[in-house]
Design a protein around this ligand. Structure first.
Ligand code: IVH
Length: 677
C-alpha cells in the first residue's frame, strides 16, 4: 500500500472535521454554516484523497455515510429500503462518463433511455400507504433510520391521506421531496422579518425545519408542497416496468409528480433537458439545484444496482450554486421610493445562481443586526429566481479580529435629512420626501415602469440625469420635457429624444388601475390598485372616500386605507395629479365600462371550505363577487371551483366525487389577481 504523507493525513482530518461540523449544523440544528457548493467541494476533496490513498478511509469518515443520526423528539422510522443519495456531476463530460459506465455494465451499445427530472431542493420523505391509506411519513435521517413525522406530513395538502382510483399495491412506499415554493418562502421570511424573528436561510432549510416541528400545528402553518420521484417498494399488484410510467401511475393515484419531467435518449437527450430546464430555472415556482437522470427501465436499474451511498442507475447533474461564500467589503445605505433606507452589502464579486453578484440586500436594520453582518465578514450570499441577491448569514468561524457592528445612520446619505424610525416599524426612513433626490428618482422609476405608466425608454440612467440636472422634480414634470432638453442628455441623440417624447405621448392613454399604481402610494401594489379601481370605478370616488369606505374594497385594511388617505390629503400630491391630468393623462371611464361589460368570473360558481391564511372567507367572497363570480354554500355538480383552505370540511370529498376543480389559497389568489388585471 502507498505510504500516506503526513500532510495528506492532516488535510483529511481537517476536511473530516469541517464536514462533520457542517453536517451537524445542517441536519441537527437546521442552521447550515456553509453553502452546499462549499460542502460539495470539501466532500469531493476528501473523496479524492481517499481514493488516492485508500488507507485513509475509516469507518467514521463522512464519506461512508449518508446523513446523521436522528436527534430525538420523534419516534425512529426504519427504512426497509435505504434512502440513498445521488452521485453528482458538474459537467457534460461527467454525464458522458456516467452514461458510458451504465452502458458498459449493461453490455449495451445503443442509446439508454433516461427519465430526466428536476432535482428539487427540499427534504427527502418516505410515505407509506397501506391499502391506500397514509400510515407513515418518515424523514431520511441517516438513510437507514429516519424520524417518524406522520403527523406533520398529514398537514401538507398536496399529500393525499388516501390514494385515489384503484390498482395500487397493498403496501406502497413512495419517495419524494417536501419543498417550500419560493413565493411561500419569501412570504414566510417577510413575516419573520416584520415580527423580528429569525428568518430561514433558504427554502430547503425551511422545508426541513418545518417537517421536524414537534407540534404539527406549526408545520400546518408552513407553505409546504410535495412531489413524488420514486417508489421504494410495493406489495401486491406489480408496478409498471419503467420509472416514468411508475410516476405517471402515482399521479393517477392522487400524488403529485413534478410536471417538468421528460423521457430522453442518451447523453444528448440528457444534456438538452439540462439546458432547457436551466433556462427556465429562474422562473420556476420552486428551487431546484440540478436535474436527475434515471435509467428508465426498472430491469436495467436492477441490473445496475447500488454502491454504498448511491444507485448506479441515477445521476444528479448540478446547476451553478445559488449560494456561495464571499466577503463583505462595505455596507452602504440605499434610499428607496418611500424613503425607506435599506442596508446593502458591497461584496467581493462572486458567481452565484448563474451571474456575478457584487451587491446584496440586508433588508433592514433589524435584519442586519440579527444576522450581525460586519465589514470584513465572510458571508453566505443567495441568489435564486428573480429575487434580489441577499446576505443570508455570516460564517462566524471566519470573522476577522476587530470588526465593528453596523449602526443606523442618523442622516440620509443622499440628502442629509433626518432618518426616522417609527416605533414598531422595521424600516427606517429618510424624512426628506421629494426633497431627497434618491426618493425622487425612485418615484420616477416606479411611475415610468412597465406595469405603471409604461414609458418606454425612460430608464434609470435618464431619470438620474433628469433629477440631477433639476429638469424634473415630480412625475408631472416629465410631460413638459422637450426634444431639445432630452437631446442634451448623455447617451441621447435627436432620434432617441424624439422616440421618448413619442413614448411619453403614448403613455398618457392609460387605465385607472395603472395610474393608481403609478402614483406610488405606500402599500398600494398592482392588486390593490385593481381592487380599488374596480370597487370605486373613478379616481374622484377614491379621493373622496373615508378610511372606512376604503376598507370596503377587497384587500384594503386599516393600514392601507390610512396610507391612501394620507396620500390624497397632501396638497402637493393633489397638485401633481392635477398637472398630470392637464397634461393629458387619461383613462376610460370605468363606471360606464362596467355597465357594458360582464365580470371575468361571470357565471362561475365557487364554494369555500377550510381556513384561509391571507384573507377571511368573507373577503374571499367579496373578491370573487367583485369579479362577477358567485359563491354558494354547498358543492354540487354546478360548482366550478372549490376553494380549499386549511382543515377542509366534508366539501372536499364531495368536490372530489364531482371532479370539481380544487383551488388552494395561492391558486385562488393567482386567479383573482390575473382576472383583476
Ligand atoms: S432520486 C435512489 N429524484 O436529492 C435515488 N432524488 O442526493 C434517490 N432529490 O435527498 C433519489 N429531487 O431527496 C431523486 N427527482 C429526484 C430528486 C431527488 C431531489 C433529492 C433527494 C435526495 C437527494 C439525493
Amino acid at each position: 500500500m502507498t505510504a500516506i504523507p503526513e500532510a495528506v493525513r492532516k488535510r483529511a482530518t481537517k476536511l473530516r472535521d469541517e464536514i462533520e461540523q457542517a453536517n451537524y449544523r445542517y441536519y441537527v440544528l437546521d442552521e447550515p454554516s456553509i453553502p452546499d457548493s462549499e460542502y460539495d467541494r470539501l466532500f469531493r476533496e476528501l473523496q479524492s484523497l481517499e481514493s488516492e490513498y485508500p488507507g485513509l478511509v475509516s469507518a467514521d469518515s463522512p464519506t461512508q455515510r449518508v446523513g446523521v443520526q436522528p436527534v430525538g423528539g420523534f419516534a425512529t422510522a426504519e427504512h426497509a429500503t435505504p434512502m440513498l443519495s445521488l452521485d453528482n456531476a458538474f459537467s457534460t463530460e461527467e454525464v458522458a462518463e456516467f452514461d458510458r459506465r451504465v452502458r458498459e455494465r449493461l453490455s449495451y451499445d445503443g442509446n439508454v433511455t433516461y427519465s430526466a427530472e428536476p432535482k428539487l431542493d427540499g427534504a427527502a420523505i418516505s410515505l407509506t400507504y397501506q391499502d391506500g391509506l397514509l400510515v407513515r411519513g418518515a424523514t431520511r435521517g441517516d438513510g437507514t433510520v429516519g424520524e417518524e413525522v406522520t403527523h406533520n406530513v398529514r398537514t401538507i395538502r398536496s399529500i393525499p391521506l388516501r390514494l385515489h382510483g384503484r390498482g395500487f399495491p397493498t403496501v406502497l412506499e413512495v419517495r419524494g421531496e417536501v419543498f417550500m415554493p419560493l413565493a411561500g418562502f419569501e412570504e414566510l421570511n417577510r413575516k419573520a422579518r416584520e415580527a423580528g424573528t429569525k428568518t430561514f436561510v433558504n427554502p430547503r432549510n425551511a422545508a426541513a425545519g418545518s417537517l421536524r416541528q414537534l407540534d404539527p400545528k406549526f408545520t400546518a402553518e408552513r407553505p409546504l408542497d410535495f412531489f413524488a420521484y420514486g417508489v421504494a417498494h410495493g406489495d401486491g399488484p406489480s408496478l409498471a416496468p419503467t420509472h416514468h410510467e411508475i410516476l405517471d401511475n402515482l399521479t393517477e393515484w392522487g400524488l403529485r409528480a413534478c410536471p417538468e419531467r421528460r423521457v430522453v435518449t442518451g447523453v444528448d437527450g440528457c444534456v438538452e433537458f439540462y439546458e432547457e430546464l436551466g433556462a427556465q430555472r429562474n422562473s420556476l415556482a420552486y428551487d431546484i439545484d440540478g436535474v436527475v437522470y434515471k435509467v428508465d427501465e426498472i430491469d436495467q436499474q436492477e441490473a445496475l444496482g447500488y454502491v454504498s451511498r448511491a444507485p448506479r442507475w441515477a445521476l444528479a447533474h448540478k446547476y451553478p450554486a445559488q449560494e456561495q461564500v464571499t466577503t463583505v467589503e462595505a455596507i452602504e445605505w440605499q434610499v428607496g421610493r418611500t424613503g425607506a433606507i435599506t442596508p446593502v452589502a458591497r461584496l467581493t464579486p462572486v458567481f452565484v445562481g448563474g451571474v456575478t453578484v457584487s451587491n446584496a440586500t440586508l433588508h433592514n436594520i433589524d435584519d442586519l443586526r440579527r444576522k450581525d453582518v460586519r465589514v470584513g465578514d465572510t458571508v453566505i450570499v443567495r441568489r435564486a429566481g428573480d429575487v434580489i441577491p441577499e446576505v443570508v448569514s455570516v460564517v462566524g468561524e471566519r470573522r476577522p479580529a476587530k470588526t465593528k457592528a453596523v449602526r443606523l445612520p442618523r442622516k440620509c446619505p443622499v440628502c442629509r435629512s433626518d432618518v426616522l424610525r417609527v416605533e414598531g416599524e422595521a424600516v427606517a426612513r429618510c424624512t426628506g420626501g421629494l426633497v431627497c433626490a434618491a426618493q425622487r428618482k425612485e418615484a420616477l422609476r416606479h411611475f415610468a415602469s412597465r406595469r405603471a405608466m409604461d414609458i418606454e425608454g425612460l430608464g434609470a440612467k435618464i431619470i438620474d440625469q433628469l433629477v440631477e440636472q433639476d429638469l424634473v422634480a415630480t412625475p408631472a414634470d416629465i410631460y413638459n420635457l422637450t426634444v431639445e432638453q432630452l437631446a442634451e442628455l448623455d447617451r441621447m441623440g435627436e432620434k432617441s429624444a424624439g422616440n421618448l417624447i413619442e413614448a411619453l405621448r403614448n403613455s398618457k392613454e392609460t387605465t385607472l388601475p395603472k395610474f393608481l399604481y403609478a402614483l406610488g402610494i405606500r402599500e398600494v401594489g398592482e392588486a390593490t390598485a385593481s381592487n380599488l379601481a374596480r370597487h370605486f370605478a373613478s379616481l374622484e370616488s377614491i379621493e373622496a372616500a373615508s378610511s372606512e369606505e376604503l376598507q370596503d374594497a377587497p384587500d384594503v385594511g386599516p393600514v392601507v386605507a390610512e396610507h391612501i388617505r394620507a396620500f390624497f390629503e397632501q396638497r402637493h400630491n393633489q397638485e401633481v395629479i392635477q398637472k398630470l391630468r392637464s397634461a393629458g393623462v387619461h383613462w376610460p371611464d370605468l363606471q360606464k365600462a362596467r355597465a357594458d361589460q360582464a365580470g371575468p368570473l361571470d357565471g362561475k360558481t365557487f364554494v369555500l371550505t377550510g381556513t384561509l391564511d391571507g384573507m377571511t372567507r368573507s373577503e374571499a367572497k367579496k373578491r370573487i363577487e367583485a369579479l362577477g363570480g358567485k359563491v354558494t354554500g354547498s358543492v354540487s355538480k354546478k360548482t366550478d371551483y372549490l376553494v380549499c383552505g386549511r382543515d377542509p370540511g366534508s366539501k372536499l370529498a364531495k368536490a372530489e366525487t364531482f371532479r370539481t376543480e380544487i383551488l388552494d389559497e395561492p391558486a385562488l389568489v393567482t386567479l383573482l389577481n390575473d382576472e383583476a388585471r
